[in-house]
Ligand binder design. Structure first.
Ligand code: NAI
Length: 364
């Protein structure tokens, strides 16, 4: 059975999620390539040793370059804050290592362009961790759209809303400064990736950003708390997207509703095991949104559970993502979303900022 040594950078929220996923994926998806939790890198040795023990890595380090250079490591997972992503990714590709990078890929458009260049020059597997587009429900929605189930698309409404910064007394943290760490750069990017998956390219945007709570205990907030934008898609449809980290009451509002000439689809991540489908050709008296509970008939569900409606959860999307990353390495064929797809998201962010500053429509 072929094995690959995993080098994890960052043991925080997402470092833990990716470690748990890599520990589980070989069993759940019975992947041919088996991951080995080889080494975890953290900001200091105390944290590194703590996470090594907690997550089950063989070794740990406080030097990310030493981790990347280690000959027992075949693939790197970047789960550090975004300001490190570019430097680590460039170094990893130069060292011949495959990379799964947390979103947003780069901390700026320039970083993202450089990361795509490094990835493509290396010929190694590169993937961006936009986990929400991998839920069985959203994968199924994507399939329905591609099959033309709702006809020609006329309107897209999407949101990514949460309330983790709704309380003005929530202390200052790294997410309070830098464009890439604000609502647009850090949160809305999930929605943009989802919109690209479901609708295809975004051609133009008209956006507005806002900081709702400029001061928090411990410091000043210098990036945005919420953003909304009108958009035009390459397929001719128009629509609206909004995102907020101060959306009181919203815990995981990754939602979309898409209208077409033959029907409509809607989804809400707070109800992540359901997809709602409306078909115009149903008998008139029965026409209405139909709730479809995900089950073994939907993409990537069956390996988790044989029972329809039993459901998958947040960590399962990361397991699916890990499976795709390992399969890509094993087959030598990259899986969506690659770094180039991550760049498409960065271009929407860039256009949104330009639109906010110029108060005008901007091409993506
Ligand atoms: P976090 O703050 O919980 O963890 C980041 C970890 O990186 C910390 O433990 C920190 O000590 C460590 N770190 C900092 N500098 C380091 C260095 N030089 N070498 C090694 N480790 C270092 O942050 P979180 O929430 O885990 O975010 C990490 C990344 O994941 C970010 O890019 C973020 O945007 C993304 N993210 C993705 C989510 C998703 O659903 N896909 C959800 C939350 C975050």
């Amino acid at each position: 059975m072929p094995e690959i040594g995993i080098g994890m950078l960052g043991g925080g929220y997402m470092g833990k999620a990716h470690s748990a996923a890599m520990a589980a994926v070989g069993t759940i998806f019975e992947t041919n390539l088996k991951p080995r939790l080889e080494m975890i890198g953290e900001a200091n040795m105390e944290l590194a040793e703590k996470y090594r023990q907690a997550f089950g890595y063989n070794r740990c380090t406080d030097d990310w370059r030493a981790l990347v250079d280690d000959p027992a490591i075949g693939a790197i997972i970047i789960a550090t804050p975004q300001r490190f992503h570019r430097e680590i990714a460039e170094y990893a590709f130069a060292a011949g290592k495959h990379v799964l990078c947390e979103k947003p890929m780069g901390a700026s458009l320039e970083d993202s362009e450089a990361m795509v260049a490094a990835a493509e020059k290396s010929g190694l597997i590169n993937q961006v961790a936009y986990c929400y587009s991998r839920s069985p429900a959203t994968q199924y929605a994507r399939k329905l759209m591609q099959e033309g189930a709702i006809g020609d698309i006329t309107w897209f409404r999407g949101e990514h809303t949460e309330d983790f910064f709704a309380d003005v007394n929530e202390p200052w943290a790294w997410r309070c400064q830098g464009l890439a760490n604000g609502c647009l750069g850090d949160l809305a990017v999930h929605l943009f990736n989802g919109a690209l998956a479901l609708m295809g390219p975004v051609s133009e945007v008209m956006a507005e950003l806002q900081t709702v709570h400029p001061n928090r205990p411990g410091g000043e907030v210098t990036n945005d708390d919420q953003v909304h934008m009108m958009c035009r898609f390459g397929n001719g449809a128009i629509g609206h997207m909004h995102s907020s980290r101060v959306a009181t009451g919203r815990k995981m509002g990754y939602c979309y509703e898409i209208h077409g000439t033959k029907g409509a689809i809607k989804f809400d991540q707070e109800d992540q095991n359901s997809i709602y489908l409306y078909r115009m050709d149903d008998p008139e008296a029965e026409r209405g949104y139909r709730r479809i509970l995900t089950g073994p008939a939907h993409p990537d569900y069956k390996p988790f559970c044989l029972g329809p409606g039993h459901g998958t959860g947040y960590h399962d999307m990361i397991v699916i993502e890990s499976k795709d990353f390992l399969e890509a390495i094993d087959s030598g064929t990259p899986k969506w979303p690659t770094f180039r797809d991550g760049l498409d998201v960065a271009r929407i962010v860039h256009a949104a900022v330009a639109s906010h500053e110029s108060k005008s429509w901007q091409k993506v």
